[in-house]
Structure formats: C-alpha cells, structure tokens
Design a protein around this ligand. Structure first.
Ligand SMILES: NC(=O)c1ccc[n+]([C@@H]2O[C@H](COP(=O)([O-])OP(=O)(O)OC[C@H]3O[C@@H](n4cnc5c(N)ncnc54)[C@H](OP(=O)(O)O)[C@@H]3O)[C@@H](O)[C@H]2O)c1
Length: 299
C-alpha cells in the first residue's frame, strides 16, 4: 500500500476547515489544527509545527478574515495572514514539503471590469486584502514554485460558520416578520463559493500535486443583492423561512464600511478547472445544496 499523504491543516473550525475535515479523501493522514493547537500569529510555532509533524503538505485554511476589523488591527491581520504562510513556507523549504495557501479575490482592486486571471498583478484596497497579498508574496519568496499552490477564492459560505448566507436567512426572517425591506448592496459583483466545492478543489490540488497560482469559485456571477434574493427564494421554497423579505437594492455608498471592497472581483477559473479536472457548478445549484444541509426550524 502507498504511504499516506500527511497533511497539516490550519483553521479546522472555520467554514472551509470544517468542510475539509468532513471530506478527507482516502490516502490522506490529516493533522487538523485550530487556534487551540496552533496560533497562526506565532511564526515560531508555525515553523515548529512543520518540524514536528513533517507534513507532505500544509493546507493553510486558517486566516484573519474579519475584513472590516482588519482596518483597525492591521498588525494582527498581518501576523496571521502574512506571517503564518511565510513561516510555513520557510520551514517547508527545508523539510521538502509543499504549501497550499488559500487566498482571496480581495487581493484585486476590482477596477478592470472583467474576470481576474491567476497571474495578474495584485492591488488590494484594504488591510485584509493587503495582508493576504503579502502572505502570497512571502510564501512565493520562500518556497520553490513547484512546491507552492496559491488558491484564491471568493465570497465563501456554507451551512456552518459566520457567513453572508446564514446572516441573510436571519434577516429575511426578521424583516419579513416586521414587514420591512432588506437593503442589500447591488453594485459589488463577484461569485459566491460554497465550502463543499472549495474543499473538493483543495483536496484535488493535493491529490494531483498541483502548483502555481489558481482561482476557484462556483460558476456564474452575482451581486450581493442577487445572492440575497436567491437565498430568500430558495429558503422559502425549502421551508427554512416562512416567506422572503422584500430585498431592496442599495449602493456601496448607502452602506459605508471601514474597509473598501472591490466592486468587481470575478475570478477567471477555467485554467484551474482544467488543471483539477473539476467542472464545478453554478452558484445557485451550490446554494440549493448548502440550504439542504441546514436543519428546518422546529415548530
Ligand atoms: N470568507 C470568505 O468570504 C473568503 C473569501 C475569499 C477567501 N477566503 C479565504 O478562505 C480561507 C478560509 O476562510 P473561511 O471563510 O473558512 O474563514 P473563517 O470561517 O473565518 O475561518 C478562519 C479560521 O481561522 C482561524 N484563525 C484566525 N486567527 C487564528 C490564529 N491566530 N490562530 C489560529 N487560527 C486562527 C479562525 O479561528 P477561530 O474560529 O478560533 O476564530 C477560524 O477557524 C481563508 O484563507 C480566507 O482568507 C475567505
């Protein structure tokens, strides 16, 4: 029997981390860590974890993901989002292992108006995107290219964790009950990405030994407004909510946030789909599968 591939996972309790733990393929020996086992803000601890476990891969799914809070905590965001991948990459360079670093559409400024290709130059707008971009840079500086996979994704959500879909379910219920409209930003366009498909893409990277810069999202495009409307309609059809609230399109200027966000951050995913031999699915089909995993409310 071939030796199992040893994978050191970070962020096991995050949305992606939970989907990864739930879908470990045969032939993988998983060492799953959360904040309790490995503090990603501690670069020495990240290096020691590689030296101790000698993984074939580090799958770095943990991150500082609070986009707005990162504006007031840039040092912590940088330690986690840039320090950890840099430390993993440096240790893996010595140990011979590989790194799968999960990154974000927020490394782009959203100005170009057509999908971003994996090799394009980065131009983040806010602290979160800047720290993730710096994490990519440090990983690429420390590891030979054939032992690094940078996998960017967008608008991640799933049946558990803190995400837009679960927030919208709560707001649809509350606003419909109050007879109020739900205002959602309609001038930011991207693509929702369900955790199950993203986890499958991560495992495929490891199984195939894929390297380089890659993009993974579900298929199609949406504004946050479109996504909110679809969540309401599908959730009502499934019985998760009695009825959707009326969703009102608003502008980014109507909903000011500490961090600036890209107005158009679709990712060009075709080369990655080809490399991984994964077709993916339209985001509305993926949404139906996510909603099907959320328990119906008890009477
Ligand atoms: N969410 C999105 O919309 C989105 C979009 C594009 C890319 N991404 C990227 O996708 C990846 C997965 O994101 P996600 O949505 O699964 O994020 P998430 O649900 O926020 O999970 C991130 C995990 O990282 C952990 N973490 C944060 N700081 C840590 C530290 N100092 N030490 C150890 N663990 C720490 C968190 O632990 P606690 O649970 O203890 O806080 C959490 O479990 C990240 O690389 C993210 O940048 C996400």
């Amino acid at each position: 029997m071939p030796e199992p591939v040893r994978v050191l996972l970070t962020g096991r309790h995050g949305q992606l981390g939970q989907a990864l733990v739930a879908s470990v393929p045969a032939g993988i020996e998983l060492i799953a860590t959360g904040r309790g086992e490995l503090d990603l803000a501690d670069a020495a601890a990240c290096r020691s974890a590689v030296e101790q476990h000698r993984p074939d891969w580090v799958l770095n799914a943990g991150a500082y993901t609070a986009v707005d809070r990162a504006e007031s905590e840039p040092a912590l965001a940088e330690a986690v989002n840039a320090g950890a991948p840099g430390a993993f990459a440096a240790a893996l360079a010595s140990s011979g292992g590989r790194l799968l670093q999960v990154s974000t559409d927020f490394v782009f400024d959203g100005e170009q108006g057509h999908p971003y290709a994996p090799e394009q130059a980065l131009a983040p707008l806010g602290a979160y995107g800047a720290t993730k971009a710096e994490g990519e840079r440090r990983a690429a500086a420390a590891l030979p290219a054939e032992r690094l996979c940078l996998l960017r994704t967008s608008w991640v959500y799933g049946p558990v964790g803190a995400n837009f879909c679960l927030t919208m379910l709560r707001l649809h219920r509350a606003k419909a009950a109050a007879g109020e409209a739900l205002g959602v930003v309609a001038d930011q366009v991207g693509c929702p990405t369900a955790t199950a498909g993203l986890a499958a893409a991560c495992w495929r990277v490891i199984e195939r030994g894929v390297s380089g810069r890659h993009h993974w999202s579900d298929c199609g495009a949406a504004s946050w407004y479109d996504f909110a409307v679809a969540i309401g309609a599908q959730a009502a059809a499934r019985g998760l909510i009695d009825a959707p609230a009326r969703v009102k399109p608003i502008t980014t200027a109507d909903y000011p946030t500490p961090a600036r966000r890209p107005s158009y951050s679709l990712l060009e995913t075709s080369t990655t789909r080809h490399a991984l031999e994964l077709e993916g699915q339209h985001w509305q089909a993926a949404l139906a599968e996510v909603l099907a995993q959320i328990p119906l409310p008890t009477a």
